[in-house]
Design a protein around this ligand. Sequence first.
Ligand SMILES: [Zn+2]
Ligand SMILES: [Zn+2]
Length: 136
Amino acid sequence: MEKIIVMITIYFLIFNMRYSHQREIIMNIIYSTKSHPNADWIYKRARKLIPNISLGTIYRNLKLLEKDCHIATIFDGSVARFDANMEKHDHLKCKVCGSLTDLSLDYDFKSVVEKKFNFIADEIDMTIIGTCSKHK
Ligand SMILES: [Zn+2]
Ligand SMILES: [Zn+2]
């Protein structure tokens, strides 16, 4: 009986190790870029390191990473993109190539909104759409 318990424990340890290893690889992929990749891009990168990984596993790990506050999800239209930058920030979105760039403005939008519109803003989540420097 003891032997079986030890075997089961080892099995679960290996099982968990495999999963946390996959999660770490996926997290490293997201942390290695500032491009705010989508799940497909992450999947292609992850497959080079873990050839048998499935897209479902990628999605499951992305959800867990978000739940544990390691990454943030940004919705770009209907496409979820993933952000390793957990500091409060906004984005510049290029309408030509779709690039998303982090933006931090030292500007107190909340007090401007309160003064001008008599509205208490809890949160300001801003995406500025335009054309990036690649297309000049
Ligand atoms: Zn662009
Ligand atoms: Zn960002």
